[in-house]
Design a protein around this ligand. Sequence first.
Ligand code: HEM
Length: 461
Amino acid sequence: MVTATPPATRSDGSFLRPPRLVTSIPSVPGLPVIGNLLQFRADRLALHEEAARIGPIVRFSLAHIPVYVVTDADVAHQILADEADAFKKATGLQFLRPMLGDGLLTSEGPTHRRHRKLLAPAFAPKRLAAYGEVMVAETRAQLATWRGGKQVDLARELMELTLAIAGRTMFGADVRGDARTVAEGLELAMRALVDNLTSVVQLGYAWPLPRHRQMRRAVAMLDDVVYRLIAEARAAGVDRGDVLSMLLLARDDDGGPGLTDREIRDEVMTLLLAGHETTANALTWTWYELGRHPAALATLRQELATVVGARAVTVADLPALPFTAAVIDEAMRLHPPAYVTGREAIRDVTIGGHHFPARAILMINIRGIHRRADYFPAPTAFQPARMLPDAKKARPRHHFLPFGAGPRVCIGSHFALMEAQLVLATMIQHASIRTLATHVVPEPLITLRPRGGLPARVAAD
Ligand code: HEM
């Protein structure tokens, strides 16, 4: 998944008419005219933290555009779930359109509903179980490059691994030759997106800016591979057990013709982009915390030794590995890869007792909600035990929302959790990892990642 922050201006000209201010909401102090724009560009995370300290709904402004930061789980749930039909995704995502087209992440209304339904079977638990072996095998292949020991950037290693897993589960086993092109295309697109998100002025995509050219190059590289794979899969005409086969077989309820090549291309791109970086970051933050908490690592080792031993871990083992799941959850609580997500009101709507006008932009401060002391006592401490099943049951579910909520909740959440658990378990079984950073600075790019990566000394059997 990808989070997006609202741009300071918009290419359709509507920025000239900002929505009416909701004056009943307190604001983060800012400068005249530009408001909090400089702070937003320099340190978005700190701006969200400051908003969270002031209150549950707080306004900041990007020049004349007001943005409301929500750091309250009930209000967040109201926006994402109860009143979801009063909102659309925030406009920052639009820069991804050339790449993701009308895929699940960027589409709205009836198109989104239809595609969500057509994609659901590809993420059903039965289907997912078949991906488990691929996840473990790819992890073993990555670990094989660590034999003899070396120093690596663990963040980069995990990014490579989750991309390899995404490629195989999505396209089938015979595309390893394309993995490099896909990785390069995605990297290029992500850099262009970040350039765009952090620039003050958002010009239309037709403008010949370096970031637009970079995005076009990335799209061309990815299109080449994805369209060829679609043609091959269509020609084969059989279900090969991957997501692409599933999309080719998808049919509407009325037995209609299913998805066109263009629609399938949009979904494949979306899943590639939304799926691999988020999961890689969840795993990176998990290793960062395990490096700082040897007792948690020891408990994890013990659980795996008792339940799995030396054999390969399988999807069937996962229900018997609650501590493994809790460690990942707790890392995602402190460092949610999707640290904020934005919505724009499409009509006037009352949220948390305030009347918001159409076009108001609301940011759900997922990381801020996860770090509220009244939801999670000692909020900055890493305590996996609070994510064990009984402790979770004792708390309202919506206080923890790493995958969002409501009709646009992450479609890949089960896939991601399964992948994170299988990868983590396999790494513990077959590798020794000593992280070399005890304090890293979080960098809020598209997703939340450790600035400068996560250096580690690694070795594998
Ligand atoms: C730890 C890993 C992941 C995290 C933290 C994560 C987080 C999220 C969040 C918060 C959203 C909702 C965004 C919003 O409401 O604005 C989302 C949506 C989405 N995610 Fe994930 N995600 C993860 C992994 C994945 C994977 C593995 C896939 C696919 C294989 C995926 C595909 C998607 C898609 C397609 C959407 C859009 C769904 C829709 O709008 O209907 N994500 N994700």
